[in-house]
Design a protein around this ligand. Structure first.
Ligand code: A3P
Length: 330
């Protein structure tokens, strides 16, 4: 089985969209089962659009710039991805418990083994690994995250008019970022195919969550809804302060200028890259591998798209975006 086939085969399909087998199938097939509260806030996006950054910003706006909360636990634990469903094998908690007991007795070289760090990190992941369970444990107001397409989004979030902040990023940078994400090196992000192979999957909507166009355009249609705020990654980059203020107005939160500055600083690329509570690669400890908080720039696609890929993609982009009124900076 080649890499592409293996990558695609770890998925199931719903409405023609591929989802990783470790996502919650019943939640995706029956979005009514997600119990939402009226004051829930959601960050939604197609993967690799700056979701983690936006979650951090929205979280800080909601808690009035209290950065202690944002370093207190891994972001996924504070703000779970609702469709995540990473069921740990029954023996894992026991192995982790044993490792924790033995760790102080181990030589430093063994303690630093990446595989050991990953196992210990799994404990953090396990707390939030089943999104639908973990979200029940959180106090209101909850900030939740999801990459689900609009058609598959929790129906209660829509009917209860929960506030939803959606972020979209130009699809070429999203593709490159997605390629690196899938190649992070830790299951299921252990894609070993080339960029050219990944491009083919991406352009054909054969990656998790399917076609960028279907996802973004369906959410773009909702931009006029009172409870939906549609943002673009490129605008966030250009004007982070303005973005924080826009989010605050949308969430009816009043913030002083100092707090706005604090939020911008705390959620800056530099600060997030060195924050273990968001940059999961730091905790894994393999600095030679790709980083989760990677480059954070607009235009990295130019280093990856070949001339012919770009020509093909431009043509598809023009056709699919025609008449939508939505455009991006590249
Ligand atoms: P790159 O891979 O292009 O660097 P998501 O959170 O949706 O998975 O998106 C990840 C992308 O957002 C990555 O893009 C990551 O580096 C970028 N990102 C994360 N935090 C950021 C920040 N504070 N400022 C700018 N970009 C950020």
């Amino acid at each position: 089985m080649d890499e592409n086939t293996r990558y695609i085969s770890n998925t199931f399909q719903h409405n023609g969209v591929p989802y990783l087998n470790q996502f919650n199938r019943s939640l995706i097939e029956t979005p009514e089962i997600v119990k939402c509260r009226e004051d829930d806030v959601f960050v939604a996006s197609y993967p690799k659009s700056g979701t983690t950054w936006l979650v951090e910003m929205v979280s800080l706006v909601m808690n009035g710039g209290n950065t202690d909360f944002n370093t207190s636990a891994w972001q996924q634990e504070r703000h779970p991805m609702i469709e995540a469903n990473f069921k740990a094998p029954f023996w894992l908690p026991w192995v982790i418990h044993l490792l924790k007991l033995l760790k102080p007795l181990m030589p430093k070289a063994i303690q630093n083994l990446v595989f050991l760090k990953r196992l210990l990190l799994a404990e953090t992941h396990m707390k939030a690994a089943i999104g639908i369970e973990h979200m029940k444990r959180l106090e209101s107001p909850r900030l939740l995250k999801s990459h689900l397409p609009y058609q598959t989004f929790p129906t209660q979030a829509i009917s209860k008019k929960c506030k939803i902040v959606y972020v979209a990023r130009n699809p070429k940078d999203t593709a490159v970022s997605y390629f690196y994400h899938c190649s992070l090196g830790m299951f299921p992000l252990d894609y070993k195919g080339s960029w050219n192979e990944f491009y083919e999957l991406y352009v054909n909507g054969k990656v998790w969550y399917g076609s960028w166009f279907d996802h973004v355009l369906a959410w773009w249609q909702r931009k006029g809804d009172d409870n939906v705020l549609f943002l673009k990654y490129e605008d966030m980059k250009k004007d982070p302060k303005g973005t924080v203020k826009t989010i605050a107005v949308f969430l009816d939160v009043t913030l002083s200028d100092d707090i706005v500055d604090k939020i911008v600083e705390f959620s800056s690329f530099k600060s997030m890259k060195s924050n273990k509570a968001v940059n999961i690669s730091l905790s894994i400890g393999d600095k030679n591998k790709h980083q989760f908080i990677r480059k954070g720039v607009v235009g990295d696609w130019m280093n990856y798209f070949t001339v012919s890929q770009n020509k093909e993609y431009e043509k598809i982009y023009k056709e699919r975006m025609k008449g939508s009124g939505l455009d991006f900076e590249w």
